[in-house]
Ligand binder design. Structure first.
Ligand code: ADP
Length: 197
């Protein structure tokens, strides 16, 4: 039973690492960004409402985001564990997630923070823009997302650090090597926590 979060700035490779980590730990990955993008492309009601925020690099309003996560975390496949990617992104979302989990007596086991210097992020994003064509991968929108990350999501990292749950991982270098380091760091962290308990 493993409940993990992954946090990292835009362009940090968070989505890619999340997929590999989820597979390794045998848990479903839940990416709020992916869910929003899929709704936008299917033009669902949620997608139509969320599209302008995604296109501008802004946070989707909490009313929509919290409801989406709440709903997703009720599904059968995530009861035995999950890797949440992209949520919580603000301090109020941390409280929301706490409440969703507490109602079932669940908690988070570890929070992976992927660290990549700002100087590397924009170049990576531009490369990804050519490969994947994400609509929010333009220089202006990317800077907005990075700015929001520093202003809002750093606080989320501090909250989990204060709870002793943070597992920092160096996100520079070859993706396969980063995955191996992240797996090792999480396993070590969970083992040590088990020994202390
Ligand atoms: P990145 O981390 O590269 O910005 P994501 O795929 O995690 O990419 O998120 C893409 C977009 O989805 C965000 O810019 C935002 O508009 C929306 N989004 C995802 N998660 C959240 C969240 N927890 N709260 C608000 N908006 C979100």
């Amino acid at each position: 039973m493993t409940r993990l979060l992954i946090i990292g700035p835009p362009g940090s490779g968070k989505g890619t690492q999340a997929e590999h980590l989820a597979r390794h730990f045998g848990i479903p990955g839940v990416s709020t960004g992916e869910i929003f993008r899929s709704n936008v492309s299917r033009q669902t009601e949620l997608g139509n409402e969320a599209a302008k925020y995604l296109d501008d690099g802004d946070f989707v309003p909490d009313r929509l985001t919290n409801a989406l996560v709440q709903d997703r975390l009720l599904a059968a496949d995530v009861q035995a564990g999950f890797l949440l990617d992209g949520y919580p992104r603000t301090a109020p979302q941390v409280v929301e997630l706490d409440n969703m989990l507490a109602s079932k007596g669940h908690g988070i086991d570890a929070v992976i923070e992927l660290r990549v210097p700002d100087s590397e992020l924009e170049q990576r994003m531009l490369r990804r823009a050519q490969d994947e064509g994400r609509r929010d991968d333009t220089v202006d929108v990317f800077r907005r997302r990075l700015d929001l990350y520093h202003r809002e999501t750093h606080e989320v990292v501090s909250v989990y650090a204060g709870r002793g749950l943070l597992v920092p991982v160096n996100g520079s270098g070859d993706p396969g090597g980063i995955t191996k380091m992240a797996i090792a760091a999480v396993e070590r962290f969970i083992d040590e926590k088990g020994e202390r308990a």
